[in-house]
Design a protein around this ligand. Structure first.
Ligand code: R5P
Length: 292
């Protein structure tokens, strides 16, 4: 197997190939003056299984198109099989036509990846499992929550309590709580489909003297987590820590979270815009070993 790092995931792809003890291939890439991407495989891949690691965080349109170029080129160069390893599945949240006339963007992305001839699609803590239904090839959602729990375990938390900011995050909170050997609860969230405004109602949990850990798949504008932090603080939490698989931190998200009272914001190398404390490479390597 050859692990190819896309331009969005150079560090993560190197960590995956190290974990597998397999060949890593860095592509030759450049951006033309008009903004178009150039990609070249510097070595042959004919007859090999090729895993292309490219997380599609913002700028997601560029990262997604680069992924398609690489997958398509690998097949044209004679790769035996290709796997699209896409920790952050851009457009997964647009998984259904919620309002008449809306594009189901997750379906379009699935079709485009399949059109390159890829035989496997691996993603991590996808914001919506529904998005995976549009693939006809092997498509799998992995979780990095145990690895996040290991990191949380190293923080010496005081009687940690895990919170899911909405019902979609319940499986994540459950996994983290089980790994930490503690309990969890979830809040109810509603989001206005037009403005995107988030409102959250909290359960009656007693967090006095405890450290609250909020876990989610994605932190984007930070509004979902900020609401949960405020409720946790009102319930008496000593410290509040936020952790997620895909730390996008769009716009003023970080200052919104800090103002709400978060102590630490934990993300992974799914998003390589800054160094993150947790690597998802072992999760991806283990899945690739199983697939091939
Ligand atoms: C969707 O519900 C996801 O699980 C996240 O909760 C959401 O994407 C977070 O978005 P934001 O940070 O913009 O509130």
């Amino acid at each position: 197997m050859i692990v190819v790092g896309g331009p969005a995931s150079p560090l993560l792809s190197k960590r995956v190939s190290d974990a597998l003890g397999t060949q890593a291939l860095q592509l030759e890439t450049k951006i033309f003056p008009d903004g178009e991407t150039y990609v070249r495989f510097p070595e042959p891949v004919a007859g090999e299984n090729v895993a292309v690691v490219q997380s599609c965080y913002p700028p997601q349109n560029k990262n997604l198109l680069d992924l398609l170029f690489i997958l398509d080129a690998a097949r044209e160069l004679g790769a035996k099989q290709t796997a699209a390893v896409v920790p952050y599945f851009a457009y997964a949240r647009q998984d259904y036509s919620y309002r008449t006339g809306e594009a189901v963007s997750a379906r379009t992305v699935a079709r485009l990846i399949e059109a390159t001839g890829a035989s496997n699609f691996l993603t991590v803590d996808v914001p919506s499992n529904k998005a995976l239904q549009y693939f006809r090839i092997h498509a799998e959602n992995l979780t990095c929550m145990r690895i996040i729990a290991d990191y949380l375990g190293s923080l010496h938390l005081e009687r940690p309590f895990v919170l899911a900011p909405d019902d979609g995050a319940i499986p994540l909170a459950k996994t983290v709580a089980e790994s930490l050997g503690t309990d969890f609860a979830w809040f109810e969230k509603t989001r206005d489909k037009i403005t995107g405004a988030v409102s959250t109602s909290g359960k009656d949990v007693d967090l006095k003297g405890r450290d609250a850990v909020i876990v989610d798949d994605v932190i984007s504008t930070g509004r979902t987590i900020a609401n949960t932090i405020q409720i946790a603080k009102n319930r008496g939490a000593r410290r509040v820590i936020a952790a997620c698989a895909h730390l996008l931190l769009i716009g003023d998200a970080e200052s919104v979270l800090r103002s709400a009272g978060v102590e630490e914001i934990i993300g992974t190398d799914s998003v390589e815009t800054e160094a993150r404390p947790v690597s998802i490479a072992p999760v991806l390597a283990e899945a690739l070993r199983r697939v091939w």
